[in-house]
Ligand binder design. Structure first.
Ligand SMILES: [Zn+2]
Ligand SMILES: [Zn+2]
Length: 346
């Protein structure tokens, strides 16, 4: 089969681009499924490995891609409930279902998880083998290619808003980074769940899309580099729930100045810098600052129900499609901020 192989070392891209080459088609072992890939999303996390030098969980060579949809093409021993040709979504991890985290229902923290594109080959290929424990049937009528983005760009903010942030209908929700794929998905989910959403972001054409996805108002950081006053004005004294999708210290600090007393601040963006916030605000205003990492598989199941009900449209954030041969170009455009979410069609 054809696959886009990252041979490392981490940080060597784009000088050393992914090689699109023939590799043996994998065979599913016990408990695993062979999925014929319909599409695989390109994610900023991949750029952390490719460009920033963050080590993947397994040493390269590695096929990246953790946002995959496709159809079942084969099953290993002991797999029940799937038939060849079934349209499926591959979650970005498959938990062990045995450790204490899994047993507490916090499978997103499972230390033994199988992670396609992380500690095993991922979806930037014609086929991928994944544990059946991380595979979900796609709702009838859901477009198979575009649905790939549910596996990360939608499921991650769903967990942040609902699983961690306990968002309720009628609340004001400020979303920082509403101009990236995850941020725009967050706008759509929070709006669908009855939130009054304010989107904060940089690029005007993407903020325009946020309005189209249900945001009541948007704040451009080109116009308001310190957006907190504007967010406070628009939410009447601060949001009930603030979600950061940027990982940028200045945005998290802004969220801490534009959340109403008793509110929640959820950090979903990945960053390595330190954040300075006055502690007295956390204490006096009784803020909860919460981290959110990927999602629980139960969140993905709930999200798929919203898709089935027509409340969430995965295709709405897919702005670009690339054949596998142009995967490097896709990452380049992602790096330059020129896409909402790009998918690769092998
Ligand atoms: Zn990702
Ligand atoms: Zn586990």
């Amino acid at each position: 089969m054809k696959a886009a192989v990252f041979s490392g070392p981490p940080g060597s891209w784009p000088g050393k681009p992914l090689a699109v080459e023939q590799v043996p088609t994998p065979t599913p072992g016990p408990g695993e499924l062979l999925v014929r890939v319909a599409a695989c999303g390109l994610c900023r996390t991949d750029l952390e490995h490719l460009k920033e030098g963050m080590r993947p969980l397994r040493e390269p060579p590695l096929i990246l891609g953790h946002e995959t949809s496709g159809t079942v093409a084969g099953a290993g021993a002991g797999v029940a409930g799937f038939r060849e040709g079934d349209p499926v979504l591959v979650a970005c991890f498959a938990p062990c279902n045995r450790c204490s985290y899994c047993q507490e229902g916090r499978d997103n923290l499972c230390p033994n998880a199988d992670i396609p594109g992380g500690n095993r080959d991922g979806g930037l290929a014609e086929y991928v083998v994944v544990p059946a424990a991380g595979v979900f049937p796609l709702p009838r009528g859901s477009p198979v290619q575009e649905s790939a983005v549910l596996a990360d760009a939608f499921a991650t903010p769903y967990h942040a808003l609902v699983g961690v942030g306990h968002m309720r209908s009628g609340e004001s929700v400020a979303i920082y980074g509403a101009s990236g794929g995850l941020g725009l998905a967050a706008v759509q989910i929070a709006s669908a769940l009855g939130g009054a959403v304010v989107g904060i972001g940089r690029q005007p054409w993407k903020l325009e899309r946020a309005l189209g996805m249900g945001a009541r108002a948007v704040v451009s950081t080109s116009e308001f580099p310190r957006p907190e006053a504007e967010v406070n004005r628009l939410t009447g004294g601060g949001a009930h729930l603030s979600l950061d999708a940027t990982g940028a210290p200045e945005m998290i600090a802004a969220a801490c100045r534009a959340t109403r007393p008793g509110g929640r601040i959820v950090v979903m963006g990945y960053g390595v810098k330190e954040v300075t916030v006055p502690l007295h605000r956390l204490m006096w205003l009784e803020y909860a600052v919460l981290g959110s990492r990927t999602y629980r598989l139960a969140d993905l199941a709930s999200l798929l129900t919203l898709v089935e009900q027509g409340q969430i449209h995965p295709g709405s954030i897919v702005s670009h499609r690339f054949p596998l041969d142009q995967v490097n170009q896709g990452y380049k455009m992602l790096e330059e901020g020129r896409v909402l979410r790009a998918i690769v069609i092998p």
